[in-house]
Design a protein around this ligand. Structure first.
Ligand SMILES: Nc1nc2c(ncn2[C@@H]2O[C@H](COP(=O)(O)OP(=O)(O)OP(=O)(O)O)[C@@H](O)[C@H]2O)c(=O)[nH]1
Ligand SMILES: [Mg+2]
Length: 211
């Protein structure tokens, strides 16, 4: 089926780097948007949905699948280019303590110091709600850049897996999440691609520095 003319077209999308330390990240040359959230929330799946690629970003039923910072380069048909950054999931008890210690500081270090980071999408499972880790992450990212981080970064909260709820429950569920988060919440589904253009609109604004 032909795409509607106003729909985002991704011309190229490719894996660029997998980093287990900040030194493994590509040079900060392109604007970046990052996807954060607990293990299994659907970060990698949402990225595939946005990029229009079924399996570019590895997804898994087993929580804790993405253990490093994976960077993808995307170029849209209209010329916009950016990095998509898949962050390691947090909050998964079965990842060993040593390993958890390994990527905790790396994630924080990335969020603190990456000068090209324009937006962080904080993902929340629509059925689970906003828990303490999400609050902590939102608080951390909301602090003035001079205190915690190198640059101001937009924060967007996305509810994932909305296809798991009947359509009649979408609005009330998203409103409840927005109250919990203290932020607007964008409903998304990697299965049906619901919310895809809404997320792209935020990505474009964040990269352009528009309100
Ligand atoms: N029904 C439904 N399932 C989804 C959706 N998004 C992700 N899933 C499923 O949820 C599971 C986890 O998805 P991932 O995208 O691998 O989750 P992740 O957040 O990247 O997980 P980690 O890499 O472990 O941190 C997979 O089985 C996906 O198929 C969605 O929108 N709808
Ligand atoms: Mg993942």
């Amino acid at each position: 089926m032909a795409k509607a003319s106003n729909e985002t077209r991704v011309a190229t999308a490719e894996f660029t780097a997998g980093a287990t330390a900040e030194s493994g990240l590509p040079p900060p040359a392109l604007a970046e948007v990052a996807f954060a959230g607990r293990s299994n929330v659907g970060k990698s799946s949402l990225m595939n949905s946005l990029l229009g690629r079924r399996n570019l970003v590895r997804t898994s039923n087993t929580p804790g699948c993405t253990r490093q910072i994976n960077v993808f380069s995307a170029r849209l048909a209209d010329g916009l280019a950016c990095h998509f950054v898949d962050l390691p999931g947090y909050g998964y008890a079965k990842v060993s303590k040593t390993e958890a210690r390994g990527w905790g500081p790396m994630l924080e270090g990335y969020l603190r110091s990456r000068t090209t980071l324009r937006a962080v999408f904080v993902l929340v499972d629509v059925r689970r709600g906003v828990l303490q880790e999400e609050r902590d992450l939102i608080d951390f990212l909301s602090r003035p850049p001079t205190v915690q981080r190198a640059v101001p970064t937009r924060i967007y909260v996305c509810a994932t897996k909305v296809d798991k709820l009947p359509v009649s429950q979408h609005k009330p569920a998203l409103a409840a999440l927005a109250r919990e988060a203290g932020f607007e919440v964008i409903g998304t589904s990697a299965e049906t691609h619901f919310g895809r253009e809404e997320v792209w609109t935020r990505i474009r604004k964040a990269i352009a520095g528009e309100a």
